[in-house]
Design a protein around this ligand. Sequence first.
Ligand SMILES: [Zn+2]
Length: 462
Amino acid sequence: MIRIYNTLTQQKEEFRPIEPGKVRMYVCGMTVYDYCHLGHARVLVAFDVVTRYLRHRGYDVNYVRNITDIDDKILRRADENGESYTELTDRMIKAMHEDEARLGVLSPTEEPRATAFISEIVAMIQTLITGGHAYAADNGDVYFAVDSFDGYGKLSKKKLEDLLAGARVDVQEAKRSPADFALWKSAKAGEVSWPSPWGDGRPGWHIECSAMSTCCLGDTFDIHGGGPDLLFPHHENEIAQSECATGHTFVNTWMHAGAIRVNKEKMSKSLGNFFTIREIMEKYPAEVVRYFLVSSHYRSQVDYSEENLAEAGRTLTRLYHALRGIVPAKAADVQVSEHDERFAEAMDDDFNTAGAIAVLHAVANEINQHRRDGREEDAKYSAAILVRLGGVLGLLQQDPEAFFQADTGSELSADDIEALIQARADARKGRDFAEADRIRNDLADKGIILDDSREGTTWRRA
Ligand SMILES: [Zn+2]
């Protein structure tokens, strides 16, 4: 039985999907006005691991992750760039898909975009108005009336009276109470807009997710996830909208990833410690970044630093070293082992990836021991287990040589290195050992390590 920590009840609960064998999961995706940053990478990888593990345990997972492709930040950035908002969002969606692929994040089953759901969003707002949960202001905005929903604050454990204390309504806004939030925003002159019963405008951010999730997954679904900053107000508002519109429980299990810090500080542009995923993947192989993220529990706070990334690189290298030069046994020939059971025990406990990775290292140690003992077949068998379990975490699926040779901005290409290795072999053949050593040392200075064996010379990046 899988146990998941539910933010709503603040405890680990046995996971029982609504429909046996099937999981319906929604995760709030990116607002596509810029490249994905490290915090996005954490959420992407965390729910990728959840999806992979649930599938590994035999569930049919319908994973929906939306794209917010219209909002203030998008319009502002497009304006600054002198491009249309769709040119900007198309470019950023393409970049996001590239980043995901490099991080080994599987595509969600469905990836709905807000602008493709305007009529569903308008219909939901209409339902809320009819039910007395929302009101149209004179300026064409529509607001959700927070005091119309008794359950407001149940996710974030905030009390409405505390939210109202000291809050004031901006004179620009037409809402009745400071805690009310916009469902529909009337268009300013020249802005992109869609027609609605309240005039031309565009949807608020919160209503998008309520409309898209219920359209794709039904009124009630199993898991809703997102980053830690979305818990309030975004997810609280989603619950209010959806439960008032449908009259049903919105979500059974709420999952939130932990925060990411950079050198023990909050990551922010003003502190100059803000990194996009692509900046980080220029310095470190993508799989090392993924390993770094997966090696901590998804709810824990993670600290990004050069030191921690270097450590992730070293430990992942140990796993690949165990696989180097071995052709794993055929997957079909490999039974469920004690390692599989220990791995499942860790992952069943609220996706304890740190415990699961400890199992991978135990398997790697076993492979190394088999090799030392000359038991090649046993080593191949254990290698197949390591690759199988690594795959559940989205790790260890590369050819070890490709991992060792991954280029992260070094001055030497693989072709350059192969040519130098050939030159060194020629020098040795001609008994010019001084030249052969010079080439070897020269490569070492550039971070290329040569490993000689009977089969020839292989190389890896340090
Ligand atoms: Zn959302």
